[in-house]
Design a protein around this ligand. Structure first.
Ligand code: AMP
Length: 234
């Protein structure tokens, strides 16, 4: 099927991961080729990438953007047998199952409230059980990738948060970075709480690895890549 249908793990959000990796290297004052990063693009669609020496070596989205972490309305990874089971039980067509996985799952499906983290945070603050559970499931799915990529990379110079949730949601960032001291990452909780949408180092000075918030700019990256192609640099 790999040969017949070109089924493979393509990965997505490359433009954003590349942009924030470049910005992170600039901020750290080191050549991109010399650093290892984990970039977390957490928006309505989310993906996490392990970057070794400036090159993506693994990423959470696969053949489609459905694989990986829990997203606004996409399920992210789950046991493929679940799909077969639901399709059989509910007599669903592939199209109906696809709609369920892409448009009605994830944060929306888990919470039953919304696909928007702002509404989930508000509801969780008010004690809504499903909103709290959604937050926990989301963070759990993100931490599994961060942990896995730390092992794959061996050394991680910085963990980067970007996109709608990554840039704005301090609660998600704090939960994602909890208890990572033994792996060399210590969050500055105060700085994390007050940082929104600006390039900021939110780690304590004692932290071996940096934790950065880097606003993405996919439009600028597309323009730059176009320019580089025209100049024969890519
Ligand atoms: P994006 O796809 O990068 O535009 O991200 C959109 C998502 O970011 C929204 O659906 C929200 O879940 C999330 N978001 C945007 N602003 C905030 C905020 N201030 N606090 C928490 N989440 C936010």
């Amino acid at each position: 099927y790999y040969e017949k249908y070109k089924i493979r793990r393509y990965g997505f959000h490359g433009t954003s991961h590349r942009y924030v990796a470049m910005k992170a290297a600039e901020f750290l004052g080191k050549p991109l080729e010399s650093i290892n990063l984990i970039t977390c693009h957490l928006g309505n669609g989310s993906s996490i990438t392990a970057i070794a020496g400036g090159k993506s070596m693994d990423t959470s989205m696969g053949f489609t953007p459905l694989e990986g972490v829990v997203m606004g309305t996409r399920s992210g990874s789950l046991d493929p047998a679940v799909l077969l089971y639901i399709m059989e039980k509910e007599n669903l067509t592939p199209k109906q199952m696809s709609d369920l996985l892409n448009k009605k799952s994830g944060i929306l499906g888990l919470s039953g409230i919304s696909n928007d983290m702002r509404e989930i945070n508000d509801a969780a603050d008010k004690g809504n059980h499903r909103a709290k559970l959604t937050l926990e499931v989301l963070v759990h799915s993100i931490r599994r990738y961060i942990g896995g990529y730390m092992v794959e990379l061996g050394r991680v110079d910085a963990i980067v948060f970007t996109a709608g949730i990554g840039e704005n949601d301090w609660v998600v960032r704090e939960m994602c970075m909890a208890n990572m001291e033994n792996w060399g990452f210590v969050l500055d909780k105060e700085k994390n709480r007050t940082t929104r949408g600006t390039l900021t180092d939110i780690s304590l000075s004692s932290s071996k690895g940096k934790i950065l918030v880097v606003p993405t700019n996919e439009e600028l990256m597309i323009a730059l890549e176009t320019q580089w192609v025209l100049e024969g640099k890519e």
